[in-house]
Design a protein around this ligand. Structure first.
Ligand code: BGC
Length: 455
């Protein structure tokens, strides 16, 4: 053999070794996102124990926040305003509740909280500026000659002392507006409405979006006892029966703060770089706000990305279903932010890693639901309908199916049959209106709302 041929063979061997190294690094990364059935069952058990600890007021990673609400009876009627505040878009709705689970949206306005010209979630903004912005939007859908009861869906951990008083404990989802933590958000809203000349709008209820989701779904389905959000953020609420010793009440777990989990290398980096380190650990592993960030961190670790880019969960949904020739869609997503290009092989890795991150999210979320049902009905004897709202559940390809499959994997066919997952994609708005109606009807029939003294 001449020298040239020897060189080529050596080059090939070197290239082959490199591929081997990359593949094994990729496999390691993929493995970091794998959680098997045994681990998931253990997570479900700990979820259940944490609820029970929280109910006994022992140390728990769940905040167990009271809503002062029972389930609706489906006959709530009338016109109510709903404010949905908690994600990247603000929504105001005027809703006619028609009874028997029926409703009509009469008016609706939405506004993003971040555009190129403003940002209402950063710490450069103060409470008054944020609530004035919200009140201004409410002003646009209301008239000053009518009186409106408003249900405020405020999707952050808040301690309630009554249906209409909620104090923000801590911002989540990277919100950082100054002067809101520790304050009564309904008072901030009322003051802003007065500043904007709208004292005819009375915020009568504040609820979490998980609570709103249960209310909206239970308005038409008696078997709904769990409401959850799989969107920008993640959280779940359920109906606590107190074993019949007290009036049942919907409890917001703030399950995104579940902390008994083994974090992988990327979870740890993500947490370190987040606004609130060490908090909302479960949420950072499963919620839409963070899944794209996890993918970026993996690609950086693999040396495939040198610079910072932002991938949204919408980007991820396009990446995992990219069946276009030569990964055209995925290329476009990356090209919008970087000039480097990847090989076909690298694109296939990106798709695989994204799938794994999403799969872990759906599996963890399901383990959480199982833990909650274990607490409510240890043997899964009854029907449990779980209402879910949020873009991750609604729009991420395969996410809903993964949840379904995980139920069967962890519970077996028989028990899994008693569980039905329902998409409740207008829950945050409708639930706000139902809460306002329950308040209004409670003024006439005091059994309808739970007073602080009874809780
Ligand atoms: C908040 C919860 C909320 C969830 C979904 C979390 O970040 O802490 O209160 O329910 O996001 O919006």
């Amino acid at each position: 053999m001449n020298n040239g041929v020897i060189m080529q063979l050596e080059d090939l061997k070197w290239a082959g070794d490199c591929m081997g190294v990359i593949e094994s690094k990729i496999n390691e990364c993929l493995q970091e996102f794998e959680i098997d059935s045994i681990q998931l069952k253990r997570i479900a058990d700990v979820f259940c124990q944490e609820i029970e600890r929280g109910l006994k007021k022992e140390k728990s990673s769940f905040k167990m926040l009271k809503s002062y609400l029972q389930l609706p009876n489906g006959e709530e009627k009338g016109h109510y305003l709903a404010l949905d505040f908690g994600g990247t878009n603000l929504r105001i709705l005027l809703i006619a509740l028609l009874g028997q689970g029926r409703f009509k949206v009469i008016k609706k306005v939405t506004a993003p909280l971040i555009t190129e010209s403003y940002n209402y979630i950063t710490n450069n903004v103060c409470a008054e500026e944020l609530f004035d912005f919200i009140a201004e939007l409410i002003r646009k859908v209301t008239d000053d000659e009518y009186r409106y009861f408003l249900g405020h869906t405020f999707s952050f951990p808040s301690e309630q002392s009554a249906l209409n008083h909620a104090r923000l404990i801590v911002w989540t989802k990277e919100f950082a507006v100054q002067g809101v933590e520790g304050k009564d958000v309904n008072a901030l809203l009322s003051d802003a409405l007065i500043r904007k000349g709208r004292s005819n709008i009375i915020p009568v209820a504040v609820i979490n979006d998980t609570v709103a989701t249960i209310l909206a779904a239970a308005y038409k389905d008696d078997c709904v006892h769990i409401g959850s959000i799989c969107g920008t953020g993640h959280n779940t609420a359920y109906l606590e029966s107190y074993d019949g010793k007290r009036c049942p009440m919907i409890i917001n777990l703030e399950s995104g703060n579940f902390s008994h989990l083994r974090l992988n290398t990327f979870d740890k980096i993500l947490d370190q770089q987040s606004e609130k380190k060490g908090e909302q650990v479960f949420e950072k592993m499963v919620a839409g706000k963070y899944l794209g960030r996890l993918l970026v961190l993996v690609l950086k670790e693999l040396g495939m990305l040198k610079q910072e880019i932002v991938l949204t969960s919408k980007d991820l949904s396009e990446i995992i279903q990219d069946s276009s020739p030569n990964y055209r869609k995925t290329k476009e997503i990356f090209f919008a932010q970087i000039e480097d290009t990847f090989t076909e092989m690298e694109y296939s890795y990106i798709v695989e890693i994204a799938k794994r991150i999403i799969r872990r999210s759906a599996r963890l979320v399901t383990a959480g639901y199982i833990g909650i049902i274990q607490h409510m009905d240890f043997n899964f004897n009854n029907k449990h309908h779980i209402a879910i709202d949020g873009s991750l559940y609604e729009k991420m390809p395969g996410y809903a199916q993964l949840i379904q499959k995980t139920f069967v994997e962890l519970l077996g066919d028989e028990k899994a049959k008693n569980i039905k997952v329902i998409l409740e994609n207008q829950g945050s708005g409708i639930g706000g209106a139902i809460a306002a109606a329950i308040f209004n009807e409670g003024r006439l029939d005091s059994d309808r709302i739970i007073m602080p003294s009874e809780s």
